[in-house]
Design a protein around this ligand. Structure first.
Ligand SMILES: *Cc1c(COP(=O)(O)O)cnc(C)c1O
Length: 386
């Protein structure tokens, strides 16, 4: 077995990160505030094409503060994509509200507008609709926002995986980055995301007052008094100046990262084009995905299983990963309501998301993979199908 390991998605550093971190050390800004924090916020807002951003210590913290700012509390409902990572919906539960899980639609694997409509017929007054752009593919934002407007519900984007992905809105006549369509958008800089700060997140919004409030809540909600006075419960969620330095350095290279991720997706697409049983995760024709992770699903009538593919890769010291297990199938969310896409009835699992989970996996999508390594991965996968 090779002593090298091929990763699913590992950090890629360039040297600029260290320059910003060194500057922080040189000026002794080793604190959860400082010029890198302010700089990273401004640069992220400019990159995403929005006006305001709050740097936080995780994407989960960004989503949690979004819940606070949207006024989510006990007894409330929040609609949330089911096919996602638990960090999307746990913040709903932190506030003692109930997540209502919405199935995927096959076209983008993201929130099904039809299922959302069904959910809103039963629960017409949720506090928010939280939509995830899975693996970097933009959801059907126009349809979802139209439904949100019809019901007067705020739209929230979990763009943790989709920083840099764009969507061309017919309704707005505008192409914008995912995360900037909703009242709030959340990004993550966890170790395996498209850019990383080792751990971190950003809450963005066009509402400057709300972002100012997010900063206040993220630094223990201290009232403007000489002594330590608190009228609200706060959090210790602020990003550190060291972490923000890594982020500023990474952001200089996000374009390269996305180009490489798209090449990886294209490489897999071409490599498996002649294998009818393999379909890659879909693209949204109205969007340009950052292709954070390439996913694939195997036809139901093919004898090869995702486990077999993952085992074969693992035997060669190559990392892959199952598709997120849908939240409506998680033991901890067994009691939460769930609304399926109409097409879910056709596949035997009852939902589109469960079908994708059962038949799918994420392929190694590390931007440092060499052409030879990509060939090796492809060879192992192809070997199982031919
Ligand atoms: C990574 C991720 C998060 C959480 O981000 P952290 O920075 O790890 O807290 C939230 N939602 C999705 C869909 C993610 O992939």
């Amino acid at each position: 077995m090779a002593d090298r390991k091929i990763y699913l998605a590992s950090p890629t550093m360039h040297g600029d990160e260290q320059r910003f971190v060194q500057e922080a050390f040189d000026t002794n800004w080793v604190a959860p505030l400082g010029p890198n924090v302010n700089g990273f916020e401004e640069e992220m807002a400019a990159y995403a094409g929005t006006s305001h951003a709050a740097a936080l210590d995780s994407g989960t913290a960004a989503l949690h503060l979004a819940m606070k700012l949207l006024g989510v509390q006990e007894g409330d409902y929040v609609m949330c994509s089911s096919l996602t990572f638990a960090a999307s919906c746990n913040p709903i539960t932190y506030e003692k509200a109930t997540p209502v899980f919405i199935d995927s639609e096959p076209g983008t694997w993201n929130m099904s507008p039809e299922a959302l409509r069904r959910a809103l017929e039963k629960y017409p007054h949720p506090k928010a609709v939280e939509c995830v752009h899975l693996y970097g593919t933009p959801a059907r934002i126009d349809e979802i926002m139209e439904i949100c407007e019809e019901y007067g519900v705020p739209f929230l984007e979990d763009a943790a995986e989709s920083l840099g992905s764009t969507y061309s809105s017919e309704r707005l006549g505008q192409t914008k980055m995912t995360g900037t369509f909703g009242r709030f958008g959340a990004y993550s800089f966890n170790g395996n995301k498209i850019i990383t700060t080792s751990g971190g997140g950003m809450l963005v919004s066009g509402d400057g007052e709300a972002i100012q409030k997010a900063r206040f809540l993220s630094t223990q909600a201290r009232d403007p008094a000489r002594w330590y006075q608190h009228s609200r419960i706060g959090y210790n969620y602020r990003m550190s100046n060291i972490t923000a330095g890594i982020g500023r350095g990474q952001l200089l290279h996000i374009g390269e990262h996305i180009t490489r991720k798209r090449e990886i997706y294209e490489t897999y697409r071409n490599a498996f084009a002649d294998i009818d049983a393999i379909t890659l995760n879909p693209m949204n024709p109205r969007g340009e995905a950052n292709c954070w992770l390439t996913g694939m699903v195997i036809d139901r009538d093919c004898p090869v299983t995702p486990d077999q593919v993952m085992d074969a890769l693992q035997a060669a010291n190559i990392e892959s990963r199952p598709i997120w297990k849908p939240m409506h199938l998680q033991p901890v969310y067994a009691d939460a309501p769930f609304f399926a896409d109409p097409q879910g009835a056709e596949n035997g699992t009852g939902s589109v998301s469960a079908d994708i989970f059962e038949r799918g996996l994420c392929l190694p999508s590390d931007i440092k993979n060499t052409p030879e390594e990509m060939e090796e991965i492809i060879g192992i996968v192809r070997g199982l199908f031919c």
